[in-house]
Design a protein around this ligand. Structure first.
Ligand code: GLA
Length: 692
């Protein structure tokens, strides 16, 4: 038994495996190279005193905290065997190989927990528990959470809430005594998903402050929480939210928690992305370059008229689009959103020759073809529901949502039907991409675990059988964006709103966790369909540039000047995407919230691209110079304007702009900054920065 130390990328985790229960004595900044003696001294140094009116022995924050050690906060493990609650878990042993494993068991030996703690070279910590029922009879699991300690100076929380078309709205709150638990019972993370729960030094920003953050890599019900006890202990944690009876372990049976993904940064929120993005990129070998997409949804909705679609194919190809995605409306009887989900056969009336003519036209124009599906759903008005009412989750009387019910993928018959339909489509047509939608909550108690594991299995099976097919996770926009499903998909539909003003905020916050190349962002109509707000083309283009870019607009109605700007933008995107999709995402802490600067800096800091965005009217007529974060302080860089024209409220632009650029050391750009154009509200200016 010893004290173990995991170290990587500026962070350390120290686990004391010497006592009755394992405890994490440090998770935070890198402590340097410590030998066994120093580690033991460190663990001894933080053994607490015994306060009045408490247990007679020091209470340490255990890896699996529970009542047995005197922890009266939320227990890591809850459950019972024949009405007898699970006992305390004692340390059996710990072993550090490539990652750290800790074995714990009840004194009676009827439950065992294997905990894995893996700190990646990029500084991302993953922790999960595997519980095994080693006793007689069934064990009924109520919950098993992963908890990590946070210090007292992590006193401010930042997480997210949201609505349809309004995902990833940040909310800050002080962490007092008690529990802040963000619970999803949607059967998917939901538009209001907590997403990434951060606890930091009060006032932490994008570029400053120490921050601890957790995310649960899981697409079903969950609780993500922060807790501080009156003793002073604080923790971040998460686990699947289980309904009573949802998980029963037979003798010998096991349950594995989803991975808790945890990151520490001493340089604010950007420091979290600096660790998360390279780690995600190293695991999920996304195919680059990310193609420019055209999606038909807001261009034609359900009106899949051949002549219009053919024209759209030609316009897309002419503009430089690389992937044409046929959205909802192509399958039997699907004329609106009230019917036909489940009947995954090409509609013979709209498509008498199947999708072949369209696919051929798309392929002939040099583009890939993609198709929308919503495999986990069933319309009451469908041939499938008539034939198999028993496949409806919650039964045929379950409430409808967007006029649809959920297909019970835990039913082997329903699972096989859907898998075979999708496999047949992928075999018959040259399909490179599926937009995989999920447009409602499950709302059936106890169904989340089974349904979520089934959809993971289905995605994995299709990925294995059709390795060339990419899949996009969409759930009425961004209601299923998490690192569980990201193991199996290649793109997220970030939000159903293509309004650039909404998108600025949604993309800024979603990309704290998910690298931009996974986040679909489309150029929409001038007047956004969802909000009715009209935005300048330059603002829409500058917004959609930072992500997996595409178009969701009937290009055929664009005038020649617009078409030219769009083609130029696609050219710029193609030139910049090697940088945009591999670099470090940076966001300046705004001096004025109406003026935002964000960008992407190459990993070797040789180049960068930044967007200055006016989300409203700045507070002062002459905003302070804008500082450019993330550059190498000792190298010199030339800053140049690029992109479509924007509206500025100035009689004369800053002189350096009229000269076409300026060269300054990175330190000056970061510390002093640069006078920028006086943007009118809802305008954006783009700059490239190249080392000289
Ligand atoms: C959902 C998606 C949209 C679109 C429609 C089609 O709302 O989020 O992008 O695909 O379904 O019905």
């Amino acid at each position: 038994m010893t004290v173990h130390h995991l170290r990587a990328a500026g962070s350390s985790l120290v686990l004391d495996a010497r006592g009755v229960a394992a405890s994490i004595v440090h998770w935070g900044s890198d402590l340097g190279d410590l030998d066994g003696t120093a580690l033991a001294a460190l663990a001894d140094a933080v053994v607490p005193a015994v306060p009045p009116s408490s247990l007679d022995v020091p209470l340490r924050f255990a890896l699996l905290p529970g009542l047995a050690e005197g922890w009266s906060g939320r227990p890591a493990l809850a459950g019972h065997r024949q009405g007898r609650p699970a006992g305390g878990l004692r340390l059996v042993g710990a072993d550090l190989q490539d990652f750290l494993t800790v074995r714990s068991a009840t004194p009676e030996g009827d439950l065992e927990v294997l905990t894995e703690l893996d700190l990646s070279s990029q500084g991302v910590l993953r922790v999960r528990h595997r519980l095994t029922n080693t006793g007689p009879g069934d064990f009924h699991l109520a919950g098993l959470d992963v908890r990590l300690p946070i210090p007292q100076d992590a006193a401010e929380l930042l997480d997210f809430t949201g609505l349809w078309c309004h995902e990833r709205q940040p909310q800050r709150t002080p962490l007092g005594h008690g529990m802040w638990s963000r619970e999803s019972r949607h059967g998917r993370p939901g538009h209001d998903d907590a997403f990434l729960l951060m606890a930091g030094e009060p006032g932490f920003g994008f570029r400053h402050g120490r921050v601890w953050a957790v995310h649960l890599a899981w697409s079903g019900d969950k609780s993500v929480h922060a807790e501080r006890s009156a003793l002073g202990y604080g923790a971040l944690g998460a686990g699947e939210l289980l309904a009573p009876g949802e998980i029963t372990l037979a003798e010998g049976g096991s349950y594995e928690t989803p991975w808790l993904v945890a990151v520490f940064s001493d340089t604010g929120i950007d420091g979290l992305s600096d660790r998360l993005h390279p780690w995600i990129r190293s695991r999920n070998a996304l195919r680059l370059p990310r193609p420019v997409v055209l999606n038909t949804w807001e261009a034609v909705y359900f009106n899949q008229d051949h002549a219009v679609l053919n024209e759209l194919v030609d316009a897309a190809a002419a503009a430089g689009v690389e992937r044409f995605v046929l959205d909802d409306g192509w399958f039997t009887g699907r004329r609106d959103d009230r019917r036909a989900l489940g009947d995954w056969y090409v509609d013979a009336e709209t498509w008498p020759d199947g999708l072949h003519p369209l696919v051929q036209r798309v392929r002939g124009a040099g583009m890939e073809f993609g198709l929308w599906v919503e495999p986990e759903m069933i319309s009451p008005e469908s041939a499938l529901a008539a034939a198999h009412p028993e496949w409806i989750l919650g039964g045929p009387d379950a409430p409808t949502w967007r006029w649809q019910r959920v297909l019970d993928l835990g039913d082997p018959g329903a699972y096989a039907y859907i898998r075979d339909r999708l496999a047949d489509l992928l075999t018959e047509y040259d399909i490179a991409f599926l937009k995989w939608d999920h447009n409602r909550d499950l709302l059936v108690p106890g169904s989340s675990h089974r349904q979520t594991t089934a959809v993971y299995r289905l995605l994995a099976e299709l990925k294995t059988a059709f390795p060339h097919v990419e899949i996009e996770s969409c759930a009425s926009g961004g209601a299923r964006i998490d690192l569980g499903i990201l193991e199996l998909v290649d793109r997220f539909w970030t939000s159903d709103t293509n309004d650039p003003l909404d998108r600025q905020a949604i993309q800024r916050w979603t990309s704290v966790l998910v690298p931009p190349e996974y986040l679909g962002g489309h150029l929409g109509d001038a007047t956004a369909h969802v909000t009715g707000r009209t935005s300048a083309l330059g603002f829409r283009l500058a917004t959609a540039l930072f992500g997996s870019a595409g178009i969701e607009w009937n290009l055929t109605v664009a005038n020649d000047a617009e078409k030219q700007l769009i083609a130029d933008w696609i050219g710029e995107y193609k030139r910049l995407r090697p940088l945009l999709h591999t670099g470090a995402v940076v966001r300046a802490d705004p001096a004025d919230p109406a003026l935002r600067l964000h960008g992407v800096v190459a990993q070797d800091r040789s180049q960068a691209v930044y967007a200055l965005v006016a989300t409203g009217t700045p507070r002062s007529a002459l905003p302070p110079p804008v500082r450019f974060p993330g550059l190498d302080p000792v190298r010199s860089y030339t800053v140049r304007p690029i992109g479509a024209p924007y509206k500025a409220v100035q009689d004369a632009p800053p002189p350096w702009l009229t000269d076409g650029g300026i060269t300054l050391p990175g330190r000056v750009l970061a510390e002093v900054g640069l006078t920028v154009p006086l943007l009118a509200p809802e305008q954006a200016a783009l700059f490239t920065v190249d080392a000289v």
